[in-house]
Design a protein around this ligand. Structure first.
Ligand code: ZN
Length: 250
């Protein structure tokens, strides 16, 4: 681990609904990866202050995808504070309101409740800055991972081997996140589940040496992921995992 890696901090400043990661030391200044749901606003600000960062000092929000539990506060940071918000072009069209996504199914229970919120109160960020695969913002590279949403991305910090994986690679058992463990995306919240798995299949062949995963839900996971991810995908191919998730979602 070189000196730069050791001084590169990544702090989980929001976690109760969705994870919000504060990166105070990027070349562009402090940024957030994802910004959480409305109800997390106060906690996020409080935790940022604990680490010496105020809203005024933020230089950007890097969204892993457009879902409101990750993007609601990004809309506020953009509209009220003029902070640039970056999202993949395919999700940016929805965030601007230029396109309407296919609604998520709304089954009974907590899954349906989250889906209804997303369907009826999506995040809107008129000034969102579109990025594409390979773009680098604040030292993090956008890797297109379509499927969970059309414009889902991984944000990859090569120097530290840190991957911000959003909802495409979780470290919890969805839809609730009390059971920790690397997991595939949750089928009920995916725009195109099969495409998200194809994205992960491609990623599993990738050469990048992941040392740490900071997901959209669940705590950070230290260590390589390829072996576990390959097993998860294999289990899915055998049909085991998808059946189990469907049963949970009923
Ligand atoms: Zn999501």
């Amino acid at each position: 681990m070189d000196e730069r890696t050791q001084t590169w901090r990544c702090i989980r400043v929001g976690k109760l609904v969705s994870n919000v990661w504060l990166l105070p030391d990027t070349p562009d200044g402090p940024v957030l990866v994802d910004a959480g749901f409305h109800s997390q606003w106060g906690t996020i600000l409080q935790n940022m202050r604990k680490h010496g960062v105020t809203v005024r000092e933020l230089r950007g929000v890097l969204l892993t995808h457009r879902h409101v539990d990750h993007a609601a506060n990004a809309a506020r940071l953009s509209a009220v504070h003029g902070i640039p918000v970056y999202a993949h072009g395919a999700d940016a069209a929805f965030l601007r309101g230029d396109a309407t996504p296919r609604p998520l199914p709304e089954p009974k229970g907590i899954v349906g409740m989250f889906a209804r919120i997303e369907n009826h109160f999506p995040a809107r960020i008129p000034g969102v800055v579109p990025v594409q695969h390979g773009d680098v913002i604040a030292g993090l590279e956008a890797l297109a991972m379509p499927g969970h949403t059309e414009g889902s991305v991984f944000w990859w910090h090569r120097a530290s081997g840190t991957l911000f994986s959003g909802d495409t690679l979780l470290n919890a058992q969805p839809p609730l996140v009390y059971r920790v463990g690397l997991n595939l995306p949750y089928v009920a919240f995916c725009d195109d589940y099969d495409e998200s798995l194809r994205s992960l299949e491609r990623f599993a062949q990738w050469e990048g040496e992941v040392q740490r995963v900071c997901p959209g839900h669940g705590p950070e996971r230290v260590g390589p992921v390829r072996e576990r991810l390959t097993k998860l995908l294999k289990a899915h191919r055998l049909g085991v995992r998808r059946t189990r998730q469907r049963k949970v979602g009923e």
